[in-house]
Design a protein around this ligand. Sequence first.
Ligand code: 4NP
Length: 154
Amino acid sequence: MSMPAVLLVCLGNICRSPLAEAALRAAAEQAGVDMAVESAGTGDWHVGSAPDPRAQAVALRHGIDIAGYRGRQVQAEDFHRFTHIFALDSDNLRQLRRMRPAGGAAHLGLLMDMVPGRAGSSVADPYYGDDAGFDRTWDDVTRAAEAIVAHLSP
Ligand code: 4NP
């Protein structure tokens, strides 16, 4: 099997999916698993932007610097480039299903479907909330990252 390539997708690509990217990169590295990991948003408002300062802060509290990440929007070619595309919530999953080009072979699913007991659930959008919301996001994406690494390890 070729190396897994995982794309994590939320709405803005400045809160949830950059945290999921950071958590998955860390989990793969810790497990010694080779995996390409990126994140993107279905929306275009934050293309080229750094992650939300609150997202940067929660990642840094867990020892990971994401200040250099930049927002980008999902592209049709992502469905060819990546082996797995995970949406952080069901709205974005629906949007991705609409975007999928003919022949785009990436497995498409909901991120939390990877976590036992959390199937069908969305990672709540912390953008309009407080710092505690970002801690909850970190907990969710960390659990998902560990499950993905376990699932995609050779
Ligand atoms: P994200 O959070 O999808 O987790 O990156 C959001 C960031 C920005 C907006 C919405 C959600 N926005 O509407 O600008």
